[in-house]
Design a binder for this molecule. Structure first.
Ligand code: HEC
Ligand code: HEC
Length: 224
């Protein structure tokens, strides 16, 4: 989407100002506590990553994400979405930051405190998120036709694309899926009528086995 824009070389990364970035999260928490819509905003994304845990935490992209992307909700992990998806999400979020989103009215009381990135920063941010984005499982993979594959697909594409099982080893997958279950529980703690809540009944055992069958091989023990 930004293909027409010439990419300037990223300037040397500033020293990691951890205090400053965590201040951003504290600031968002403060805004939620002040806004009547704070409960809704807080549930948009689960708390999953601290600014210092971003990939390449000293890069300009990480700095911009920690600066702009925690103003309304918890910091998004770049690993959550595939590259294509990030392009459209950043456009939508910048739109919101400029006060034009359809929640603009609703978030009015917050809006005058929200900063929006400039064009060059948008390019840097988008490239950063894309570079560290999720790799999708090949949709033609025959495994997806099996029962377990379908279950995986349905359960794991509710929030992002179906991840490539080779992203993790068989040993790593159970922990990742446990974390995803916590994200699901978080998203389900809907503030509002009970009728809107859904119960995630999920046989994650079956999904974990599916991921493990197609997982990346364990690294070979280091030879001396
Ligand atoms: C002005 C407030 C605001 C800012 C700042 C903001 N967002 Fe959002 N974001 C929202 C709202 C509201 C939603 C829920 C509605 C939606 O998805 O558009 C949301 C949802 C999301 C989601 C979950 C929806 C999905 O498609 O997965 C992601 C991911 C996200 N934002 C990423 C970002 C990133 C990256 C940035 C920084 C470039 C950012 N946001 C900055 C308001 C904001
Ligand atoms: C309720 C929303 C939600 C659902 C459903 C969900 N995820 Fe995620 N996923 C996230 C969020 C948020 C992140 C980014 C934060 C993180 O990594 O914990 C993420 C990131 C990931 C990543 C990249 C990070 C990493 O550690 O490699 C993988 C892989 C992943 N999810 C796998 C899965 C699998 C497998 C399922 C199905 C069992 C699943 N997800 C279902 C929300 C969800």
């Amino acid at each position: 989407m930004y293909a027409g824009i010439a990419f300037a070389a990223t300037p040397p990364a500033p020293p990691l100002d951890k205090g400053g970035m965590e201040e951003g999260v504290a600031h968002a928490r403060y805004l939620w506590s002040q806004s009547p819509h704070g409960k809704m905003l807080e549930r948009i994304l689960p708390p999953s990553i601290e600014p210092g845990e971003l990939p390449e935490p000293r890069s300009e992209g990480a700095r911009l994400a920690a600066r702009y992307c925690v103003q309304c909700h918890y910091l998004p992990s770049p690993r959550m979405h595939i590259a294509d998806k990030w392009t459209t999400i950043v456009v939508r979020m910048v739109w919101r930051m400029q006060g034009k989103g359809n929640l603009g009215e609703l978030m009015k009381e917050m809006m005058d405190r929200i900063e929006a990135p400039d064009d060059q920063e948008i390019v840097t941010l988008t490239r950063y998120l894309q570079k560290h984005g999720l790799r999708e499982m090949d949709p033609r993979h025959p495994g997806l036709k099996s029962e377990a594959g379908k279950m995986f697909s349905i359960a794991c594409t509710q929030c992002h694309a179906a991840p490539d099982p080779r992203r993790h080893t068989a040993r790593e997958w159970p922990e990742v899926v446990e974390r995803m279950k916590r994200h699901m529980a978080w998203a389900n703690t809907v503030v509002g009528p009970d009728s809107l809540k859904t119960m995630p009944v999920l046989d994650t055992g079956e999904i974990v086995r599916f991921l493990q069958r197609h997982a990346r091989a364990e690294p070979k023990p280091q030879s001396k």
